[in-house]
Ligand binder design. Sequence first.
Ligand SMILES: [Zn+2]
Length: 84
Amino acid sequence: MSDEPQFPPIPAVGDILDRKKRFVEKKHSVIKCSACQADFLRQFKAGDFVFKKLTDEECEKCQRSKSLTLIEIYSEWIDPKKKS
Ligand SMILES: [Zn+2]
């Protein structure tokens, strides 16, 4: 048992730079419809933020507008050379 705090290892800066060079960041927004309770994904758009009301977009499921809220934004790193 040690009193010294344990810090997680810091990733080398070189690794991150290599990753950025090779991978492409792909962002998605998760949208929740308060009319039909469906949630679905769409591509992230500039200006998106969590809890934003999407009054100018329609629900994918029920086609109603003005009831959509952006509940989550997440990004993944895609390797453009790899075919999935
Ligand atoms: Zn809906």
